[in-house]
Write a protein that binds this ligand. Sequence first.
Ligand SMILES: NC(=O)c1ccc[n+]([C@@H]2O[C@H](COP(=O)([O-])OP(=O)(O)OC[C@H]3O[C@@H](n4cnc5c(N)ncnc54)[C@H](O)[C@@H]3O)[C@@H](O)[C@H]2O)c1
Length: 370
Amino acid sequence: MKNNKLIIKTESKSYPIYFGNNILKITGKLIGKNLPKVRKICIIADNKLPKILLNKLIKSLRKYELKVYKLHANEKIKNLRIANRIIEQLINYNFNRSDCIIAFGGGIIGDLSAFISSITKRGLKFINIPTTLLAQVDASVGGKTGVNSNQGKNLIGTFYQPDFILSDVSILKSLPHREMIAGYAEILKHSLILDRKFFFWLSKNGKNIINKKNNIYLTDAIIKSCKIKSKIINRDEKEENLRMILNFGHTFAHGFESAKNFSKQLNHGEAVLLGMIIASELSRKKGLLPSKELSLIKRHYSNLKLSTNIKKVFKKNEINKIIYFMKKDKKNINKKINLILLNKIGRVTKFKKTSLRSIEIKKFLNSYYR
Ligand SMILES: NC(=O)c1ccc[n+]([C@@H]2O[C@H](COP(=O)([O-])OP(=O)(O)OC[C@H]3O[C@@H](n4cnc5c(N)ncnc54)[C@H](O)[C@@H]3O)[C@@H](O)[C@H]2O)c1
């Protein structure tokens, strides 16, 4: 498979994403080319990754002075205390602004490492090597960094773009099926909000992608997804308007995850899948989305065995809790809940156009239990 490169352009910075199969071993070469002044590198790695992968990365960086942190990736480590501990050590090791941090993990490691890079000495160099599908198609692209506060997820953070991203499909070999589905949720979202043709392509090839049966289709889906996300962030880096369409399905998902207290019972991707199908059904109910389009989306879900049934995840008496958290969403204006809905596959409603009273959403969710 040939290697591919995509340049992400934002107001603050342009940088490449390198895509390919088994390209981890050229990380050192790419640093030499993109960041010739780097002398010291700190790798922040997910400790669940197969050892062979970290060894491969370390081998490619043998000419640099290396510090390696291995962390157990879970939302509890994405906090200021861990960030501060690593920052203090980097300062102690005399890391300066031409030195570099590499995130080697999924979205948790990526968000934490990017945050550390952005605030240490007002900005170290930063490279992201995402190791989950979700991080390859979503979390690594866009420059949002963050840690959790005691009062909620991702409430502390900065915008900070990496110097480059290396997206190696072979790293996904060890990724569990459930995490593949979680990443696929964001790929599907990108097609639903902005690219009808891509949706039909996914309808044909989705199964092979989720089951890792075909690395070429998987890489194509990752590249296409990054292109769609980059098109949006090129025009709205700081989430002032257009970028909000990326929240399709996510207002519901946020309510679902919060109501479950972010437990492993429902991961982010599963919540997004459920959120997108419910947002699609609500779009139909509001007369925004034709029934035929909804049927195509439902068929996509059923062909890929993606979960659509809210009743399997929540009891009726949990709806109040879901609504409570949906009301707290950052995107709401006044007392209403702001939603991104669908007009057709590949086109969403404009941000701020659809805001509904919580009672209406509650009634709609309750209707699933009749
Ligand atoms: N910055 C953004 O724009 C953005 C966007 C979406 C999500 N996020 C954040 O991303 C996080 C979720 O990211 P995620 O879904 O990648 O989760 P994650 O980082 O928790 O990884 C999921 C699981 O997969 C394991 N894992 C990672 N790579 C593996 C591999 N190659 N082989 C085997 N196991 C592997 C991890 O140890 C973990 O158990 C959340 O904290 C979310 O807030 C950020």
